[in-house]
Design a protein around this ligand. Structure first.
Ligand SMILES: Nc1ncnc2c1ncn2[C@@H]1O[C@H](COP(=O)(O)OP(=O)(O)O)[C@@H](O)[C@H]1O
Length: 223
């Protein structure tokens, strides 16, 4: 299965993407993770991308598009892939569509998580990480997982915040790109939505409920 996954920062896209990856046993290709890996290894690509990422901008298409299209040609993608974080603008969507047609490949599923922008921002800014286990869910803005005072609600451990979670300007910048329905990431999702029907299944999920409820909706809509 060839799958695209869309969701704003704060929508739990990474969590739901892992469900899809396991269900279809495909590689989970995350454009941001590829950039971070290259930055970590000190590659030329990493050096080029870092300047843009640090400013909260998108890495230019002439860098990003060939990087992702090359990745989709690798052997492990033969039986399908889950692409997460690409396309992120209309031009990337058009180039992906052209490359798929050229390779005689087709998209099978597009998943879009719907989440109000303010809720998404609060989830990011309200996130608290337990020093004992980052997976202990604590968020000061979500009643269901409010911390126990200033301690982890699961184990009572100390809580910390991720620096980039508190940079409201950077969060707004990323959300401006995501929620832009003319040239931004939602424009790229809708580009494929308009193609839906020709064997392409477009699934929307309500991102507001709990992780478990979003997963249940996702699984019910895939079968
Ligand atoms: N498709 C893309 N096009 C251009 N830049 C990208 C793309 N995907 C990721 N990036 C860059 O990598 C950074 C990290 O991406 P990601 O891990 O998805 O985090 P976030 O969702 O917080 O932006 C992005 O902020 C952007 O600068």
């Amino acid at each position: 299965m060839n799958i695209l996954f869309f969701g704003p920062n704060g929508s739990g896209k990474g969590t739901q993407g892992a469900i899809l990856k396991d269900k279809y046993n495909t590689p989970h290709i995350e454009s941001g993770a590829i950039f971070r890996e290259n930055i970590g290894k000190g590659t030329e690509l990493g050096a080029q991308a870092k300047a843009y990422i640090d400013k909260g901008d998108l890495v230019p298409d002439e860098i990003t598009i060939p990087m992702i299209l090359d990745r989709l040609k690798q052997d492990d993608c033969k039986n399908g892939w889950l692409l997460d974080g690409f396309p992120r603008n209309k031009n990337q969507a058009i180039k992906l569509d052209e490359a798929l047609k050229e390779a005689g490949m087709a998209l099978d599923i597009v998943v879009e998580i719907l989440l109000d922008r303010e809720i998404a921002k609060n989830r990011i800014m309200g996130r608290r990480l337990c020093v004992n286990d980052n997976n202990h869910p604590n968020n000061i803005y979500i009643d269901a997982i409010k911390p126990d005072g200033d301690k982890c609600r699961v184990c009572g451990g100390d809580l910390k915040t991720r620096d980039d979670d508190q940079d409201e300007a950077a969060i707004n910048k990323r959300h401006n790109i995501y929620y832009d329905t003319t040239e931004g990431t939602l424009a790229s999702a809708y580009y494929f939505k308009d193609l839906a029907g020709a064997g392409l299944k477009y699934i929307t999920l309500d991102g507001a409920p709990s992780v478990k409820e979003v997963t249940a909706e996702l699984v019910s809509k895939l079968d």
